[in-house]
Design a protein around this ligand. Structure first.
Ligand SMILES: NC(=O)c1ccc[n+]([C@@H]2O[C@H](COP(=O)([O-])OP(=O)(O)OC[C@H]3O[C@@H](n4cnc5c(N)ncnc54)[C@H](OP(=O)(O)O)[C@@H]3O)[C@@H](O)[C@H]2O)c1
Length: 338
């Protein structure tokens, strides 16, 4: 198998740093690797596999000879560089929302809809973090009993909004405890000791863009009919890392909580912790820094026929961004799609 030249675009950001770690953890074999950022971090050093690399400012020429670009540098940066990457014969695996709903761009969770990768025309999109963790859970259940209706409520960590948001939680918490004034910048309301029912901007229908990402991306990845009812409420919580989701699913066919437990226990990338009598259920502290999507509180939903409710927790920087990006890179190499 030929080895690709790889570039990590946005290497100095929260997601980019995680991507770099996981390229090593998943033993991605490459010929050459380079680390790209904006002018701000250009010149800084990155230690990787025992070697020191200098971060370079991303320019069109940076992508000469690069086969696979793992990008987490924001939508406008991806939009700016995508044509340059594709023109040079490279494949862009993009973490931003810029191309996710483009019909020519496969939106893929590794081990869920890998075959969609074959349709790529130079760009592959990584789903939004709150959608990502849900897909590994829903895919095997959909295969068994067919989803009829879905309601998701998310409790999302600040790391999902980048490095500046992580720092804002710390500073805001200190200021609150010290009884000092604090001017919030990343969030519309103070994030310390608070829950904010807004992630991203509001759409005309009253949902936020984040909520509509869950609705639209879920349908695209699972190949669900456009008219299938899905609703989402997304909230930001004062947690550093790890998104939690309360999920209510109505199925076409009957499925019991025990069957759900058994299916998920045997599914790729899932760990079931579900023993409420002993207070065993997943929390963000279990999920932060590790790969599995954790599921617990599996029970019959009282509002739907054939309904199941469950609680799902995962590391949003890993499965929600970096881990899936690197898994997609691995699939692209294995399937020889570059
Ligand atoms: N955080 C998450 O959970 C998450 C999940 C899914 C997707 N994403 C997406 O991933 C992207 C990055 O998120 P993040 O949380 O890692 O943000 P971040 O911590 O703010 O990092 C942004 C990175 O992009 C680089 N960058 C910014 N403008 C650039 C430009 N014009 N040219 C080249 N590089 C540029 C920055 O370089 P400098 O160091 O030079 O500024 C930095 O390396 C966003 O699109 C975000 O929506 C994030």
């Amino acid at each position: 198998m030929k080895k690709p030249n790889i570039a990590i675009l946005g290497a100095t950001g929260v997601v980019g740093r995680e991507i770099t770690k996981i390229v090593d953890e998943l033993n991605i074999e490459f010929n050459e690797i380079k680390f790209l950022s904006s002018a701000k971090s250009a010149g800084s050093k990155i230690e990787f596999q025992g070697k020191e690399y200098t971060v370079e400012e991303a320019k069109p020429e940076s992508f000469d000879g690069v086969n696979i670009v793992l990008a987490s540098a924001g939508g406008s940066t991806s939009q700016k560089f995508a044509p340059e990457i594709v023109k040079r014969g490279g494949v862009l695996i993009d973490n931003s929302s810029a191309f996710r709903m483009d019909k020519d761009v496969p939106l893929v969770i590794a081990y869920v809809n890998d075959e969609d990768l074959r349709k790529h025309k130079g760009i592959i999109a990584n789903p939004n973090c709150s959608t990502s963790q849900l897909m590994l859970v829903l895919k095997p259940l959909h295969e068994k009993a067919k989803i009829k209706r879905l309601i998701v409520s998310t409790y999302q960590a600040v790391s999902g909004a980048g490095l500046a948001a992580i720092n804002e939680l710390t500073a805001n918490t200190k200021a609150t405890l010290d009884n000092k004034e604090f001017e919030n910048v990343c969030f519309k309301k103070p994030i310390s000791f608070n829950v904010i029912p807004q992630i991203d901007v509001f759409c005309e229908n009253g949902y936020t863009k984040e909520e509509m990402k869950v609705v639209n991306e879920t349908k695209k990845i699972l190949h669900l009919p456009e008219e299938l009812p899905i609703s989402c409420t997304a909230a930001r919580v004062p947690v550093y890392n790890g998104h939690s989701e309360a999920v209510d699913i109505e199925f076409e066919e009957s499925i019991s909580p025990d069957e759900v437990r058994e299916i998920l226990n045997n599914s790729f990338g899932i760990k079931v912790i579900d023993n409420p009598e002993n207070f065993e259920y997943p929390t963000t502290r279990d999920a932060s820094g590790v790969d599995p999507v954790f599921v617990g509180r599996i029970r019959k939903n009282l509002a739907f026929n054939n309904g199941i409710s469950l609680w799902c927790v995962a590391d949003n920087l890993r499965i929600g961004a970096a881990l899936n990006t690197v898994r997609l890179c691995k699939k692209v190499i294995e399937m020889e799609l570059y």
